[in-house]
Design a protein around this ligand. Sequence first.
Ligand SMILES: Cc1cc2nc3c(=O)[nH]c(=O)nc-3n(C[C@H](O)[C@H](O)[C@H](O)COP(=O)(O)O)c2cc1C
Length: 340
Amino acid sequence: MENDVPDSLQLKSLVLRGTRFDPPLFLAPMANLTHSALRRLLADFGGYGALFTEMLSAKMILHENFTHSPWLKRRPHEGKVVYQLLVTDADKLPEIIAHLSGLQPDGLDLNCACSAPTIMQQHGGAALFEEPSRMAGIVRIMRRCYAGPLTVKIRLGRQRDDWRSRLMERIHILESEGVDALILHPRFLEEKLRRLARHDLYGEIAACTRLPLIANGDISGAEYVRMRPAQFDSVSGLMMGRHAIAQPWLFGQWRNPSLSVDLGEVVRRFCGYLADDFNPDKAMRRLKIWTPYFACNFVYGHTLFKAVQGAPDWERAVTRILEFLDTGPERRTSISVDGL
Ligand SMILES: Cc1cc2nc3c(=O)[nH]c(=O)nc-3n(C[C@H](O)[C@H](O)[C@H](O)COP(=O)(O)O)c2cc1C
């Protein structure tokens, strides 16, 4: 393996149903962020095993055109792409998966982790995890209809005294339904991102399942993992979200710590990729969603944030970021994504 993870962490390539993810580093699914334009940007730096799409409403897939849909399209340059599905019921699921197969996904992931109120109200995400028999029925159909790697992204479930036994019950259901790996974001359903992820639980949970665990939550990069070998030595992969959005070169730098990054070039490319896929209004919206993350790289990042949020149109939004970079803004040595 090319990346710089110490051997003690045993981050060997992860093979699921014959598909090799090497290194076993993954971009987390993030709504409005992990679209093809951002994935192209990460792909320019490489260093990951697969990139996850943002969560895709399964029903929407039937009506989308693969060539034009900014949600579904992928380019060969992106490398391996795992499609994350938000499934709220089993209706038309075989047709949806058959249609999606046209994109040759490198894996499918079922979202059983999202606890946003709108998703919970639709009985999807973390709400689905709370209903084991409904979840089992959906996973059974996905497994029957899709022969490639099938993962499920989960949290710890509801915060109750018996959370451990409930979690293990659900994990064993996923095992018996033929899931290949679990992505574990170790926060309870009720917890926001402010509370630290409970990485110290991976060892205990990994010991109770034969499924490989992919760790997610608050992982900021190679150094973070290197400093906590006891927490991560039982996991088979690592997934990063906010930090990889803020620093699209994160995986590339993991592999090659001396990788130098031209921030102006990063912005120019990203804006070009957004303009390829979205009309100016939608591109500007995506740029405004990304800017708070990118702004974390700078001591006075709030100046950048404000300049872009207040931009009246796409051209001025792009110009304002480039002008900010031209001032040679002071960079943070370590970045925090708290509050995002
Ligand atoms: C803006 C935003 C959008 C997200 N969208 C999704 C999503 O579509 N599907 C999902 O499973 N999780 C989603 N998440 C959760 C992330 O995948 C991840 O679990 C969480 O951010 C913790 O990981 P991190 O600390 O590496 O960011 C989202 C998180 C954020 C902040």
